[in-house]
Write a protein that binds this ligand. Structure first.
Ligand SMILES: Nc1nc2c(ncn2[C@@H]2O[C@H](COP(=O)(O)OP(=O)(O)OP(=O)(O)O)[C@@H](O)[C@H]2O)c(=O)[nH]1
Ligand SMILES: [Mg+2]
Ligand SMILES: [Mg+2]
Ligand SMILES: [Zn+2]
Length: 416
């Protein structure tokens, strides 16, 4: 079978923004998929874990701009039988907006190629997590941003204009000064075609290096078997993430690092690399023989599903055995501290970081606590409570606990 690149999603686009501003509703209007699935999420009406949904952007050659942009392979404007052309498949990563879930948003941001910052027009801008997520996207190094001004269906023309001016002031003089601002109603599906056109224009698929060894940051892992499946019928464990480079084929030998926690004598914890083989590759409903970078990939393996169940392997890195990656539990880097505490309602000036301070560190999709060993005005040394794969050039973002909540505090770039 000839490999067609368009079969798989090729770019990951994330949502960001304050709680309840309409991120999950937006992903639904782009894909038809409601990403919140867990009972707790449905009960509380909020995203708790990262959500994922794949969608396409199609263009109908018979329709004018912007109606030509469609989320489905059938044009809703034209007589049936019309066949809009698939431009791109996209994996959406839906982040939670609640302030206590900031570190979840950060690990999601690690796999975003571009982002949609959702800002509800019916609230004054910026709300605390509008600002905190905006900063986080900058720190993570997201270059391609679209600002989605949502809920325009419930505001007056005057308030819409005021909200637009507030957004303009937020981005003025920043990295995102030229980001487009697209007014929509996610709930009513209004102006989604214009947004899709903007996604095509402002969030291009990044260049990827296929010659490098495959590298996938794991964002979820599961046991796909129904309870009570007899052992001989059990499917192997599945890990999900996105390939940032290289390619992966069915039958490839792989290693997952740092791997599985094993208790050593004396109660000391150690991690053991997990070696296995790729048995299947899926993007949503699409099965492929070979996966390329981009898109949310689920990798089937020969592993005992008890190793992968319930997201146990989040934060691990999947690669091939002869790609030797260092495992580190200590980092030393130049760092930057945000001058003020973001994310809180009240205004707080950030005090300098101190030795012995406890931080939460996000590196790639890995999340670990750490203790500051040594700190100067520009260099910080942190010992991590859990080992991680050290990839030179990756960003380490740290959060500090302020009044019982982890707030985005600063960042540095790993040099090994
Ligand atoms: N009127 C109106 N309501 C909207 C719109 N978009 C979302 N909502 C409503 O806003 C509420 C929150 O929407 P969600 O999509 O869950 O918001 P979210 O940003 O994903 O929230 P968190 O995941 O908790 O951060 C729901 O009641 C939606 O129906 C819109 O365009 N117009
Ligand atoms: Mg909500
Ligand atoms: Mg949500
Ligand atoms: Zn059409």
């Amino acid at each position: 079978m000839a490999y067609e690149k368009k079969e798989q999603p090729e770019v990951n686009i994330g949502t960001a923004g304050h709680v309840d501003h309409g991120k999950t509703t937006l992903v639904y209007s782009l894909t038809g998929i409601w990403t919140s699935k867990h009972s707790e999420e449905l009960k509380r009406g909020m995203t708790i874990k990262l959500g994922y949904a794949d969608g396409g952007i199609y263009r109908c050659s018979n329709c004018p701009f912007p109606e030509e942009y469609q989320p489905l392979p059938e044009c809703k404007e034209c007589p049936s039988g019309s066949e809009p052309e698939l431009l791109r498949r996209i994996s959406y990563v839906d982040a939670p907006g609640h302030e206590i879930l900031m570190t979840t948003m950060l690990s999601g941001a690690a796999i975003m190629d571009g982002a949609l910052l959702v800002i509800a027009a019916n609230e004054k801008c910026p709300q605390p997590q509008t600002f905190e997520h905006f900063k986080a996207l900058e720190i993570i190094g997201i270059k391609n941003l679209i600002i989605v001004q949502n809920k325009v269906d419930v505001v007056s023309r005057e308030r819409a204009r005021e909200s637009y001016n507030e957004i303009k002031r937020l981005i003025e003089g920043t990295w995102a000064e030229n980001a487009p601002i697209i007014p929509i109603s996610a709930l009513k599906g209004a102006n989604i075609d214009v947004l899709m056109a903007a996604i095509q224009k402002y969030i291009p698929t990044p260049e990827r290096d296929l010659t490098k060894p495959p590298l996938m940051h794991i964002v979820r892992s599961f046991d796909v078997n129904k309870p009570g499946t007899p052992p001989e019928k059990l499917a192997g464990g599945v890990v999900g993430g996105t390939l940032s480079q290289g390619e992966l084929k069915i039958g490839d030998e792989i290693v997952i690092l740092p791997g599985m926690k094993v208790k050593k004598s004396g109660g000391r914890e150690e991690y053991q690399a997990i070696y296995t083989e790729v048995t299947s590759l899926r993007f949503g409903e699409i099965e492929v023989e070979k996966a390329l970078p981009g898109g949310l990939l689920a990798v089937g393996t020969k592993l005992d599903p008890s190793i992968t169940k319930r997201d146990q392997l989040i934060g691990n890195v999947l690669t091939i055995p002869n790609n030797k990656l260092p495992i580190i539990d200590h980092i030393e880097m130049e760092y930057h501290l945000l001058e003020r505490v973001v994310g809180a309602k009240e205004f707080i000036t950030a005090r300098p970081i101190q030795a012995k301070e406890r931080l939460m560190i996000t590196i790639g999709t890995a999340l670990t606590k750490g203790v500051v060993e040594r700190v100067s005005s520009n260099v910080i040394e942190i010992s991590l409570s859990k080992p991680i794969v050290g990839i030179s050039g990756s960003r380490a973002v740290f959060s500090r606990e302020i009044n019982g909540k982890w707030r985005l505090a600063g960042w540095g770039i790993l040099k090994l």
